[in-house]
Design a binder for this molecule. Sequence first.
Ligand code: FES
Ligand code: FES
Length: 164
Amino acid sequence: MNWTVRLTINGEPRTLALDDPRVTLLDLLRERLHLTGTKKGCDRGQCGACTVLVDGRRINSCLTLAVSLDGAAVTTIEGLAQGDQLHPVQEAFIAHDALQCGFCTPGQIMSAVGLINEGQAGADPERVREGMSGNLCRCSAYVGIVEAVLDAQATLTDKTERAA
Ligand code: FES
Ligand code: FES
């Protein structure tokens, strides 16, 4: 028996047949669609390495069954840049040296984009730390990560105000 799930992934509509309804979004992305930017860390909802956006909100893709998302729009790290133009959060991570080994970085970046979308970050480093607390970094690049999120948020707020 097959289960069909329709998803828009990084802007591209996809209809996917699954032979098992227990396939997680993380495994679908990495193993079937070869979108390996999304990382598998703990595979049990504890590290945040697998964070992607679903309809603009961040989720742990290792805890989410693909079939439960029928009709949703999924954005992974591969879908964040516009051609050669990196997303402001990606640029800020580079500018603030907010990574060492880089394994947690896609999840951190997707979580930061979600946090900024939620309007939860404020300009307060403590709120950013709290909002990013589901994303673990073994290299402890947290100082740069918090600075990058604050910087990207200021850039995005400025762009929104100028567009208004
Ligand atoms: S791999 Fe999903 S939270 Fe760790
Ligand atoms: S940069 Fe290495 S785990 Fe985060």
